[in-house]
Design a protein around this ligand. Structure first.
Ligand code: SF4
Ligand code: SF4
Length: 209
């Protein structure tokens, strides 16, 4: 059982219409958590042996409370009596995540999890991406409306927020959206660069004439 599963159980149905409000897509919170709790604090604040605390796991991630402290303390009096302020704090975090999950789509994955921020960095160069055929697109907006990560695939097909769920593909009435595999992304970039270069060369030639 994980935070993802619990929050999923609470309110993560793809058909959820009442809650799960649309939010501004951004990686900034995750990047802050990544830099602060995973990189800076463990490097800057160390003990006598030169070791830093795992700040994210210790103070932010509620997974340990959910999978360890809660079930163990429920069956063991000794563990229950040893629970302190840190447990109370992590319990508050866990409850907050569950409540936020009723209102927003996967808040922990979207705003807090540093792993998400790390993976997102590779979206732009991933060999598995999204592609929109602009000749087929009729700008109906259905793809953006259905996207739970608040991505408009027509504007940013390989947004760092995209989780490649494919819902935009199913929602598109003209089959304009599709997955793109392999080195197609790279080829596309090269082709586009070549086109831009050709265009520039033509313009320069016209000007010279
Ligand atoms: S694949 Fe999923 S997350 Fe990515 S743009 Fe489409 S609907 Fe949004
Ligand atoms: S759903 Fe398809 S046709 Fe509509 S805006 Fe998106 S890509 Fe274009």
């Amino acid at each position: 059982m994980s935070v993802w599963l619990v929050t999923g159980f609470v309110a993560q149905s793809p058909d959820q219409k009442v809650f799960n409000k649309k939010t501004q897509a951004t990686d900034i919170y995750q990047i802050c958590v990544l830099l602060l709790a995973i990189v800076l604090l463990p490097v800057l604040i160390v003990n006598d042996l030169g070791m830093g605390d795992p700040y994210f796991c210790k103070y932010i991630c509620p997974q340990g409370v959910l999978e360890g402290a809660l079930p163990l303390s429920a069956v063991n009096e000794g563990i229950r009596s040893a629970l302190g302020k840190l447990f109370s704090w992590k319990l508050v975090v866990l409850i907050s995540v569950v409540i936020l999950s009723v209102l927003y789509y996967r808040p922990f994955c979207k705003w807090i999890c540093p792993l998400g921020a790390f993976y997102a960095l590779f979206n732009k160069v991933s060999l598995f991406g999204m592609k929109v055929d602009e000749h087929k697109c009729v700008s109906c907006g259905k793809c953006a409306k259905v996207c739970k990560m608040d991505v408009d695939v027509t504007k940013t097909p390989n947004s760092t927020e995209c989780i490649r769920c494919g819902k935009c593909i199913s929602a598109c009435p003209t089959e304009a959206v599709r997955f793109q595999y392999g080195f197609g992304l790279l080829r596309k970039t090269v082709d586009e660069n070549a086109k831009i270069e050709n265009k520039t060369n033509k313009n320069e030639t016209k000007e010279e004439l």
